[in-house]
Design a protein around this ligand. Structure first.
Ligand SMILES: Cc1cc2nc3c(=O)[nH]c(=O)nc-3n(C[C@H](O)[C@H](O)[C@H](O)COP(=O)(O)OP(=O)(O)OC[C@H]3O[C@@H](n4cnc5c(N)ncnc54)[C@H](O)[C@@H]3O)c2cc1C
Length: 453
């Protein structure tokens, strides 16, 4: 009887899952990576797709293309809907089949997070979030459509709500998006309209907290706020959003009329904890041990945004570096077990620092005692982000697009693309309920002309 080759199933081809797969490239095992989309997505640059600077093809790469030289690895596009810990199998659905059991010897769950509306799910219809390429293209459609509608609108009293953009949540995504919209409207679009002045657009950033970029130092927060205000962004802090509907938002009792509200306030983990029936933290992330396994199941690892692990008494943040380091650790640990080597020591996250961009040529950077803002931080941000793009062709094309935009103000893609539905249908109807998440629905939002592959 030939010896059975063990199978490692990785669910999710994001930062954590991909790092795990790469760490297992020389492992004598069958590695199967399952993702519901066919691509790895560089989420930190999603806001640049949403504001037309980059195209979807700049920040997404086919997973099977990235792993093409890894002969022990198979990539499957499908949605995992559950896990049977006793039978050691995951259930996978795809376009043709539902809940097909798929056996594993080792399982790595790296299924990330999605938007959270903090119990106000009714807001989602009017305030899409930014989590995947379909979201980014839907937001791009919405922003560009608002200017087109305003230019066509005879009644100037209607321009105000069409040209008011409200962002709910002043974390890195809200701040980066606000800065990028300000740059888009005050520079790129400025000379192209005849009946409206795009530069008069109002951009409002709202947050319940008292600072923008609350996870950064006070000095960097206030530098970022100052920069946003210089770009003409109204920053409203310390106020909750009481209502979001088709007319706009209500903030601290005041109605702000707006046709474009974007949710950048919160995320919630994937349902991995429910699949496993495992202990979760208050946010629903699976509590894992210091070897990243689920208690009582040394063969099940959970990594990245969907996992909860404390270090120095504090939970690790939901950022790409944590996911990558955890994915690498889990892959390495399985490799060692399967090759009869001693297990590594417990996982420790090495924090390389945080960065956020605020408009053209300005960023804030915090790494240990180093706190800087302005152009040097932006150059560091650009270098790091180029380095972490999944493939070298993307590094070159993103770099060239940035240089081109820096010099000319011209952007990568300003197409309003809506492949499904009649041409006249308003892109503002592109609510995330329709376009979110699955590989199938992704095709609705992303145009052929957006692909560089
Ligand atoms: C807009 C935005 C900006 C960000 N900016 C930064 C930043 O500047 N710096 C930073 O460090 N972090 C940033 N982050 C956070 C960072 O992207 C995440 O922490 C990181 O992606 C987490 O990696 P992960 O592997 O856990 O999940 P992800 O990278 O989200 O990958 C999850 C994968 O699992 C797949 N998947 C999910 N559910 C299923 C299922 N049921 N079946 C099959 N496949 C499934 C998804 O398709 C996806 O490919 C940002 C996030 C967003 C949304």
């Amino acid at each position: 009887m030939p010896e059975r080759i063990p199978r490692v199933v990785i669910v999710g081809g994001g930062f954590g899952g991909l790092a795990a797969a790469k760490a297992l490239r020389k492992t004598p095992a069958q590695i199967v990576l399952i993702d519901r989309t066919n691509h790895h997505l560089f989420q930190p640059l999603l806001y640049q797709v949403a504001t037309s600077l980059l195209t979807p093809g700049h920040i997404g790469s086919p997973i099977r293309g990235i792993l093409r030289n890894q002969k022990n690895t198979t990539v499957i596009m499908g949605e995992v809907t559950g896990v049977d810990k006793d039978e050691k199998c995951v259930f996978v659905s795809d376009a043709d089949r539902e809940q097909v059991p798929f056996a594993y010897d080792y399982l790595i769950l790296a299924t990330g997070a999605r938007h959270s509306y903090f119990g106000h799910d009714q807001f989602e219809k009017f305030a899409p979030g930014l989590k995947n390429l379909a979201d980014a293209v839907a937001i791009r459609n919405k922003i560009l459509q608002a200017f087109e509608q305003a230019e066509a609108e005879e009644d100037p009293s209607r321009h105000r709500d069409l040209l008011t953009f409200v962002l709910v949540g002043a974390g890195p995504t809200g701040v980066e998006l606000a800065g990028a919209i300000a740059h888009l409207v005050r520079n790129t679009l400025r000379s192209e309209f005849r009946r409206i002045d795009p530069a008069s657009a109002r951009i409002v950033l709202v947050d319940l907290g008292n600072r923008v970029l609350g996870s950064f130092s006070e000095g960097l927060s206030s530098a970022a706020k100052g920069r946003l205000e210089k770009l003409g962004v109204e920053v409203r802090l310390g106020h909750s959003v009481d209502q979001i509907d088709e007319d706009g938002v209500v903030v601290a009792g005041e109605r702000i009329l707006s046709k474009t509200v974007i949710w950048t306030a919160g995320v919630t983990p994937s349902p991995a904890g429910k699949w496993l029936k495992a202990e979760a933290d208050r946010g629903g992330r699976v509590r894992i041990q210091h070897d990243l396994t689920v208690p009582g199941h040394p063969e099940i690892f959970v990594v990245g945004d969907t996992a909860s692990l404390d270090q120095n008494g504090k939970p690790l943040p939901g950022v790409a570096q944590v996911a990558m380091q955890q994915g690498r650790y889990a892959g390495n640990l399985i490799h060692r077990r399967l090759t009869g080597r001693p297990a590594p020591g417990p996982f420790r996250y090495f924090d390389k620092g945080s960065m956020a961009v605020v408009g053209k040529g300005f960023a804030v950077l915090q790494s240990g005692k180093v706190h800087i803002s302005g152009l040097p931080a932006w150059l560091a941000w650009a270098a790091v982000h180029l380095e972490f793009l999944a493939q070298s062709n993307l590094r070159v094309s993103v770099f060239l697009q940035w240089v081109w935009t820096f010099l000319t103000g011209q952007r990568g893609s300003r197409l309003i693309v809506n492949h499904h539905g009649p041409e006249r249908r308003s892109a503002t109807a592109d609510v995330p309920g329709r376009v979110m998440a699955s590989g199938k629905s992704l095709a609705k939002g992303v145009g052929e002309s957006d692909q560089v592959h």
